[in-house]
Design a protein around this ligand. Structure first.
Ligand SMILES: [Zn+2]
Length: 148
């Protein structure tokens, strides 16, 4: 079989479309023709890359669901973080403003003042831990994705 015909058969060889005899003819020609061999190898690499890309590429819908779920998760987490930060500011500033009168009033018992301040501090600590938990969960999830 001549050189030109083999060249045409090379892609069919890669696609496994050839019968036994033609495969053998291609292989024999490849042994003795460096030009066809180079083409054969290049085509092999190209197809290898293509098949890997196809394997890695999930269908469009899968991607959409994937991004939507990531977006939802981030959105909810971001919402919680904003809510926590806002609540912290409110408790610190608004809360203090609200009780400022009570705290500054010399007739208010010291124990009540301490109680109010400790309560505010406790709420802030809880909110800080909530925010930290959100960041921690996100880091852990990212780690899990890397592990897969
Ligand atoms: Zn050849």
């Amino acid at each position: 079989m001549d050189h030109q015909k083999i060249k045409e058969l090379i892609s069919s060889y890669h696609d496994r479309e050839l019968d036994e005899e033609k495969r053998r003819q291609v292989e024999e020609h490849l042994e003795e023709c460096p030009e066809c061999r180079r083409e054969f190898e290049e085509m092999g690499k190209f197809e290898e890359v293509m098949s890997k890309m196809e394997l890695k590429k999930p269908p469009r819908e899968v991607w959409q669901v994937y991004w939507a779920s990531i977006y939802n998760r981030l959105e909810r987490r971001f919402g919680w973080i904003l809510l926590s930060i806002g609540a912290m500011i409110l408790i610190f500033y608004g809360g203090y403003k609200m009780v400022e009168g009570i705290i500054q009033d010399p007739t208010t018992p010291l124990l009540l003042k301490i109680g109010i301040l400790v309560l505010m501090a406790g709420l802030v600590v809880l909110l800080v831990s909530l925010v930290r938990e959100q960041f921690f969960v996100r880091k852990r999830e990212r780690y899990k994705e890397v592990e897969k």
